[in-house]
Design a protein around this ligand. Structure first.
Ligand code: GLN
Length: 565
């Protein structure tokens, strides 16, 4: 660490109070930083607004790179309970992130990687690793400058690696949380070091409107933003989220109380379709204001709003759209965020087909076979999503059986693929006790079994078969046809179990077509029942790569089959 990593304008050794590790070839001022923080409450769409900003900057021709700094101590999101935290989103490089990364990928239509998602746990792990390697020799390792230094390093590394014009940094949580305090301190330092005009601070706040008063109140927002100022950070731009349209008097109060010029206080009220935000925010001058702060406005003019207008048009359902009723049969049905990418993938189909998708949640935990018919009586098709653990499995098997026998469109995703095979094994192969060794380790018929490479792995963090992998499609199958007869597609995985290769032949004899498999390995990845109106399942998660203007092919074909019902 002494010297070699420390270039740029601040020269320091690890013993120095100015300790700031700089990546090689770092050019201060080349990449601008836009920091997005939240105040008052979480869950007000910080990720949505940040990703919208990224989209608007991208639309002007900027190379923009988002990064989410998560406050929790898990090294990644892989071990988080989806019921508490929402879906675990998997990136192409196998990083397990929180659902915001999905929002960025969909907005920007771009694959992100491990450098775009950094938790406090990751930061600490880096530091402990360096400490054990003796890189801080002689120094006590401290929050300031070492933890803050590590955060700045992560950001500057991203700048060097991507040569981005702007990095948009979303800070998880709200200002004032203990957990993200040092991240804010690191960004205060970053601003100090990079200099004026190179860093823009945005605070997204919430304007309360208590029912009993019926009017908007700005005090909580003022206090929240002042918390940021107390930490030595003067925000440049405020976005006020509110239920109804922001009142001018509130904008003025905010402006005066937190030192932000009136023209830099923006209002965003609740919208039903987040895809309308880019155009709506462009019209307010929001992205222009951001570029003004970091001195980029002249270099990156809009070329009219043609592209985002087009995007707006293509990402809405208009006229008298017919409904499409889809059941999602899983165990986390109480928390829609658990299946957010599935909902989004369905939404992408709804744009293409001009249908209103209505989702019915079917909790399989207590679902008995005799109740399945009733539970599915008002839907056009069924999705069985991914999942772990035995809870709700028998209900899912009953759902798969009902769909197969009654010609109801069925789309199985990862666990939904395995459930379909368990059901077919029990019913068509005569293996009454067929199961996955995940649910019944001693089953006499382990039709789903742990992947050989997974057998030797211990612990549960970051060690599944993860990320983007090639899938070979079998010519002449439905899978090949709907993917434009491509020989190979790339999709994202997150699993430990697979179809046991010993049973492949029996399944095929019973009419199952394995239309996708791993190149050079007997890992089955897509199955279809050609005689059925639509019965397909994938070992991968097609929902992770579905994009607003390019719905995933399996989802789209499923939605078309539902349409015909
Ligand atoms: N539990 C199954 C496995 O590990 C399915 C995983 C999933 O649905 N993501 O293989």
């Amino acid at each position: 660490m002494q010297g070699e990593e420390i270039l740029g304008k601040i020269i320091a050794t690890s013993g120095d109070e100015f300790y700031t590790p700089m990546p090689k070839d770092y050019k201060p001022g080349k990449t601008k930083y836009v920091v997005v923080t939240g105040s008052v409450i979480s869950g007000i769409g910080k990720g949505t607004i940040s990703s919208t900003l990224c989209k608007l900057l991208q639309d002007r021709g900027l190379e923009v790179e988002p990064i989410k700094l998560e406050a929790y101590l898990n090294v990644d999101a892989g071990t988080l309970n989806p019921f508490r935290h929402g879906e675990v989103f998997v990136l192409d490089d196998g990083t397990e992130t929180d659902l915001d990364l999905g929002t960025y990928e969909r907005m920007l239509d771009k694959n992100l990687g491990k450098d775009n998602f950094v938790t406090s746990g990751r930061i600490y792990a880096n530091i402990i690793e360096k400490e054990r390697a003796g890189k801080y020799l002689g120094r006590d390792v401290q929050f300031i400058p070492h933890v803050t230094g590590e955060i700045k390093k992560v950001l500057r590394d991203l700048a060097v690696k991507t040569k981005a014009d702007a990095i948009v940094i979303e800070i998880g949580g709200t200002v004032g949380d203990y957990e993200n305090m040092f991240a804010l301190e690191a960004l205060r330092e970053l601003h100090y070091e990079e200099g004026h005009g190179n860093v823009c601070f945005i605070n997204i706040t919430y304007i309360l409107q208590p029912k009993t008063l019926g009017e908007q109140k700005s005090k909580a927002a003022q206090l929240g933003i002042k918390r940021m100022i107390e930490l030595g950070i003067q925000p440049d731009i405020i976005v006020c989220r509110s239920e109804s349209k922001l009142h001018d008097s509130i904008r003025k109060k905010i402006s005066l109380n937190v030192n932000v010029p009136l023209e830099n206080v923006f209002g965003v009220n609740d919208v039903s379709n987040i895809y309308s935000l880019p155009l709506a925010l462009r019209k307010t001058g929001f992205d222009e204001a951001v570029l003004d702060v970091v001195g980029l406005n002249k270099r990156f003019k809009t070329n009219g709003n043609k592209v985002i207008r087009e995007w707006n048009k293509k990402t809405s359902v208009h006229g008298k759209a017919q409904p499409l009723a889809v059941a999602i049969a899983g165990k986390y049905t109480g928390c829609a965020d658990t299946y957010i990418s599935i909902l989004k993938a369905l939404e992408h189909c709804s744009f293409k087909l001009n249908r209103k998708v209505k989702v019915k949640w079917v909790d399989t935990t207590e679902l008995e076979a005799r109740d399945v018919k009733k539970a599915l009586s008002d839907v056009d098709g069924v999705i069985i999503p991914g999942g772990f653990g035995i809870r709700g499995i028998e209900g899912k098997v009953a759902v798969a059986k009902y769909c197969r026998e009654n010609d109801i469109p069925y789309l199985g995703l990862c666990l939904g693929f395995q459930v379909a095979l368990i059901e077919i094994a029990r019913d068509k192969l005569g293996l009454k006790e067929a199961n996955s060794t995940e649910f019944e380790p001693k089953t006499p018929h382990p039709v789903i079994d742990i992947l050989p490479e997974q057998k030797k792995i211990e612990g549960l963090g970051g060690n599944m078969r993860l990320g983007g992998k090639d899938v070979e499609l079998k010519p002449g199958t439905i899978a090949a046809k709907i993917h434009d007869n491509e020989k190979t597609i790339r999709r994202r995985f997150r699993h430990r179990f697979e179809c046991n290769p010993e049973y492949i032949e029996q399944f095929e004899k019973a009419g199952v077509v394995f239309s996708g498999k791993a190149p050079g390995q007997p890992i089955m990845q897509v199955l279809e029942l050609p005689k059925h109106c639509f019965f397909m399942a994938s070992q991968f998660h097609p929902e992770f790569t579905s994009r607003p203007l390019h719905p995933d092919e399996l989802f789209l074909e499923f939605a078309r089959a539902c349409e015909k019902k």
